[in-house]
Design a protein around this ligand. Structure first.
Ligand SMILES: *Cc1c(COP(=O)(O)O)cnc(C)c1O
Length: 234
């Protein structure tokens, strides 16, 4: 994608978010864009940064670390790890990211907390929920969420910010809204049982279901294709 095309697609993603917030009767600062840059070159991230985008989501650790090295001069850039997270990768993630959206096991959360460098603030985490109850999918099952959240909320070097989900694809707006509403309700329940925990983030909504996610209260929408164009197979 050329620089001019990125300029246009980022502008239209921002406009789409603003329109969705209007349609939901929510203020324009109620949700923000996470630019999902997996498989895209560091240069495109630099260009998006120059256009004012600050938060970027990456799925693959080594690819992300390489880009972070190349982009170390960009002030105020915020890195989110959103991909599946195995225990053997927690040390690097705890050191090189500001956020992790894909925590779904206590073991991984404990390691992230233990391995978060003292010099950095607490690591922001969202718990990934298998909201559509898909067999092969990562994410904690909804019935196990309460126990996991209570344990993660106690870890000293993590700050539990909310929930994340990747619902099964659905065709209509109503069908898209169902699992997103379930995630919002799960977050509301957690807020009641964990009143001391911040829980200000609902990470949901991608290029195909942004509008549904905003209607259901998303605060951080993760857009890849809509900003950077289609991804090549990896
Ligand atoms: C790739 C990815 C996205 C972005 O998906 P698009 O459909 O390209 O917007 C969002 N969230 C996660 C977890 C992803 O892996």
């Amino acid at each position: 994608m050329t620089e001019i095309a990125l300029d246009a697609s980022l502008a239209s993603a921002r406009e789409r978010l603003t329109r969705a917030l209007d349609a939901a009767g929510r203020p324009h600062d109620d949700a923000r864009l996470l630019a999902v840059s997996k498989t895209k070159p560091a240069l495109m991230i630099r260009q998006a940064w120059q256009l004012g985008q600050r938060e970027f989501g990456e799925n693959y650790l080594q690819e992300a670390l390489d880009k972070q090295t190349e982009l170390a001069d960009l002030d105020g850039i915020v890195w989110h790890f959103i991909g599946p997270l195995q225990s053997n990768k927690t040390r690097a993630v705890a050191k090189h990211f500001d956020w992790v959206h894909s925590v779904d096991r206590l073991k991984v959360a404990k390691r992230l907390s233990e391995q978060r460098p003292e010099a950095l603030g607490p690591l922001n985490v969202c718990l990934q929920v298998n909201i559509s109850r898909e067999e092969s999918k990562v994410g904690v099952m909804p019935e196990a969420l309460g126990e996991l959240a209570a344990a993660v909320a106690k870890l000293p070097r993590l700050r539990l910010r909310g929930l994340m989900a990747i619902p099964a694809p659905a065709e209509t707006l109503d069908a898209q809204r169902k699992p997103l509403a379930a995630l919002r309700e799960a977050q509301e329940t957690l807020k009641q049982v964990l009143p001391e925990t911040l829980l200000d983030t609902l990470s949901m909504g991608m290029s195909d279901d942004l509008e549904a996610a905003i209607l259901e209260g998303a605060t951080l929408v993760r857009l890849g294709t809509a900003i950077f164009g289609a991804r090549d197979p990896r």
